[in-house]
Ligand binder design. Sequence first.
Ligand code: BYC
Length: 330
Amino acid sequence: MDIPDGAAKKPTAVPDAMSEQEAAFEARIAADGRIEPQDWMPAAYRKTLVRQISQHAHSEIVGMLPEGNWISRAPSLKRKAILIAKVQDEGGHGLYLYSAAETLGTGRDEMLEGLHSGKAKYSSIFNYPTLNWADVGVIGWLVDGAAIMNQVPLCRCSYGPYARAMIRVCKEESFHQRQGYEALLVMMKGTEEQKAMVQDAVNRYWWKCLAMFGPPDADSPHSAQGMRWGIKRISNDDLRQKFIDATVPQAKVLGVTLPDPDLKWNEARGHYDYGQIDWDEFWNTVAGNGPCNKERLATRVKAHNDGQWVRDAALAYAHKQQERAIKEAA
Ligand code: BYC
């Protein structure tokens, strides 16, 4: 059928209105402004945020498990109290992040479904076992240390609720990092056996912490767009390098050796050179084949199911309150 010239060229109202919204979005991103939940945003921007926030929230929640194992075995009341507070903080971080995802239209039930079915990702580091008490200190020093390095730039993320959640998270992670480092300092002043425990924990965690920053920039499918949208501010490799540069002097003060024979200062680059991360192991763990993947997921699903009665009771209470408020208003 022939379409008359005029009709074919006539623009429809919808694409024009959309491009205006898109232009406003792009202008705000270019001006380094914040996007808020009520603002129009491209579907791909929303999807990327939900993907990253989901990975982040689940990391906080699953990340409670390896340290949680040590609450009943902490060596003193002081260490136990610190560890309970820290693990509780991680749960809180997960909740801020689930709330940030809710502002994008993705509900908590949907996200938890993704986690419990094994579809959603979380940081590969939490699929390794915590074998001795020094592991708890090393998680604070290195795992929380890497998380801070990654999360400080996220405080400037272009999406308002994610950026604001990160401000409080970073303050709490700072305490987590210091308590871990302090616990290790104490052990390094102890017996030869205690010192060996710290070194063993550092040996097992070092490379896995470097992988927390994600794959190399060249193999990172989401980095370029994430950076263009101002979601990510510093690339995976640059953050990894910043973490290594900051950690080497801390290791010296502590008196431990970082397990990398290639780790040396490069005067020309003004950074430490470092060896090869085992990316095959990383991708294998991300795919669900780490030493603790299945155990972590099963523990997490059980904890969720065990808590069902609390959620049911809270829901019933909220309904009762609502009914009372309606009666009073009538
Ligand atoms: N582990 O293109 P890329 C904490 C995935 S918990 C597993 O670079 P992006 C704590 C990535 O998701 C807080 N998967 O992606 C808690 C993507 O998969 P999909 C930890 C990883 O998003 C308790 C694919 O690989 N911090 O502090 O641009 C106790 C390609 O990657 C990992 C966060 O979660 C990984 N390590 O950048 C103690 C930070 N890395 O979606 C401490 C928040 C990458 O294509 N997240 N993948 O299937 C981020 O900053 C970014 O998502 C990443 C990755 C830098 C991790």
